[in-house]
Write a protein that binds this ligand. Structure first.
Ligand SMILES: Cc1cc2nc3c(=O)[nH]c(=O)nc-3n(C[C@H](O)[C@H](O)[C@H](O)COP(=O)(O)OP(=O)(O)OC[C@H]3O[C@@H](n4cnc5c(N)ncnc54)[C@H](O)[C@@H]3O)c2cc1C
Length: 434
């Protein structure tokens, strides 16, 4: 059955669906408020806060590309991305900035016969006898027999027809910056497939190797922490990078130079929202599930959804069946990641404030993951969880053993660097950390 499809949102999910469905012979119109990249100039991409923040793009996302559009993976590599490979040769994802990923997907969509790319704001879904019949784009009407809402975390299309979102503020805020490696310089020390991730006393830092010899640095703080809010100023950010050894190794002026200003981002949430009653309207990507970005799962869970939705559309003609099959997949394979964050993120925040592990209740995943450093026996399953090869519920099998590690007195070692108070002092010009 060939469909006339309207895709709302030309982010990673909307573009993926556009390409995959057009290659099956469906007619696809994809609409976004954003007009797309302005030549080689900077692409501001208003409305997608995270666009210029670092992204770790996991292997599930690469697998989704390889399954439907391996040429996009090749295009990423041609744009300077590189596969992220763990010791032992396991591919963990791809080193790639978010704009690079979207440029490659946009080019593939624009080149695809049967695709129309429109700039405009989709105001509503047209409803006709209990079914979606198209969309209203600014002042005009676009008929469609299937509407895919890939409007991202702020997408509100058809909200009146859906169950309310379950929603939790993660309580953290971002400041990040992009850098370029100097000619001949190697990336800094890496402790995971993408760079480093360090939980300090009162804040966290990360680096992400990206494409074309660039990388990003990131400092996370509690969103209510006004003293660290000053990190968005260049001088403060540079003072912080110099003070925190994990970042200093990457931002050493002998190794790299900054290529953007520090950029702040907030309102970071976990959210999950199921499908609605209107047949022929399917919500997908961040419009269904958002998880704390520090775990870098959003593009993976979003493209896993998109890939599954394409399969559901292959398998079913009736729009009710498509919706039900897709909703069941999301409940089974995507929602557990949301639930895991809802349970474990409060502990993550409490650790920022110096809280110790609470052994009077089951350990949440963040605490279980840490025990990888203490027990070789627990490591294999924890690695599978970290790589999203098993669902979070599988960690229950090792919870008692992880708990025993803490009962024995072990605690995760703090990485070298200032505590929060010393960092505040360092960025306020109050002296270097020693
Ligand atoms: C700070 C931060 C850091 C992140 N880091 C990572 C990471 O390291 N790794 C990772 O995998 N994920 C990360 N994510 C998550 C990832 O960015 C999202 O999962 C991803 O953007 C979801 O893609 P999407 O296509 O569903 O939505 P989006 O990328 O949000 O795209 C939605 C598009 O729809 C358009 N749109 C919405 N409504 C309308 C409308 N009515 N009319 C027209 N256009 C509309 C918007 O303009 C936008 O272009 C991060 C998220 C945040 C907030």
């Amino acid at each position: 059955m060939k469909r006339n499809v309207a895709v709302v949102g030309a982010g990673p999910v909307g573009l993926y669906l556009t390409v995959a469905l057009a290659r099956r012979g469906h007619r696809v119109t994809v609409v976004d408020r954003d007009p797309g990249p302005p030549g080689d100039d900077d692409w501001e991409r208003r409305g997608v806060m995270q666009f210029h923040h670092p992204h770790a793009i996991r292997d599930q996302a690469v697998e989704a590309l390889d399954a439907e559009m391996p040429d996009v993976h090749d295009a990423l590599l041609a744009l300077g991305a590189a596969d992220a490979v763990l010791p032992g040769g396991i591919r963990a994802g791809v080193h790639c900035r978010r704009p690079t990923l979207e440029r490659a997907l946009r080019s593939a969509a624009a080149a695809e016969p049967g695709v129309t790319v429109l700039t405009g704001h989709v105001r509503d879904v047209i409803r006709d006898r209990g079914r979606a019949a198209g969309i209203k784009v600014d002042g005009r009407t676009l008929a469609a027999d299937l509407v895919l809402h890939a409007g991202g975390r702020g997408g509100t299309l058809g909200a009146d027809l859906r169950p309310a979102a379950e929603d939790q503020d993660c309580g953290i805020a971002y400041v990040s910056r992009h850098h370029a490696l100097l000619p001949g310089a190697e990336p800094g020390p890496m402790t995971n497939a993408f760079g480093i991730l360090e939980q300090h006393d009162g804040y966290a830092v990360a680096t992400f190797l990206q494409d074309a010899r660039t990388f990003s640095t990131l400092i996370l703080r509690e969103s209510g922490d006004q003293e660290l809010a000053g990190l968005r100023d260049v001088a403060s950010y540079e003072a912080a990078c110099a003070a925190i050894p994990g970042l200093a190794a990457w931002t050493d002026p002998e190794r790299s130079r900054p290529i953007t200003a520090p950029r702040a981002g907030g309102n970071v949430r976990n959210a999950y929202r199921g499908q609605g009653a209107l047949a022929g309207l399917v919500h997908v990507g961040d419009a269904v599930c958002i998880t704390n970005p520090i775990a870098g799962r959003g593009i993976a869970t979003s493209l896993m959804q998109a890939q599954n939705l394409v399969a559901a559309l292959d398998a079913h003609d009736d729009p009710h069946d498509v919706r039900d099959a897709f909703d069941a997949y999301c409940t089974r394979a995507i929602r557990p990641w949301f639930d895991d964050h809802v349970r474990s993120d409060p502990d993550r925040l409490a650790r920022y404030r110096g809280a110790d592990v609470d052994l009077d209740r089951p350990l949440t995943s963040g605490w279980i993951v840490e025990t990888m450093a203490a027990s070789a026996e627990l490591r294999p399953l924890i690695l599978q969880y970290l790589q999203m090869r098993v669902l979070p519920g599988e960690l229950a099998a090792i919870e008692p053993a992880a708990r025993a590690v803490y009962r024995g007195g072990w605690r995760p070692p703090r990485p070298a660097g200032p505590d929060r108070i010393a960092l505040v002092k360092a960025i306020s010009g109050g002296g270097a950390y020693v």
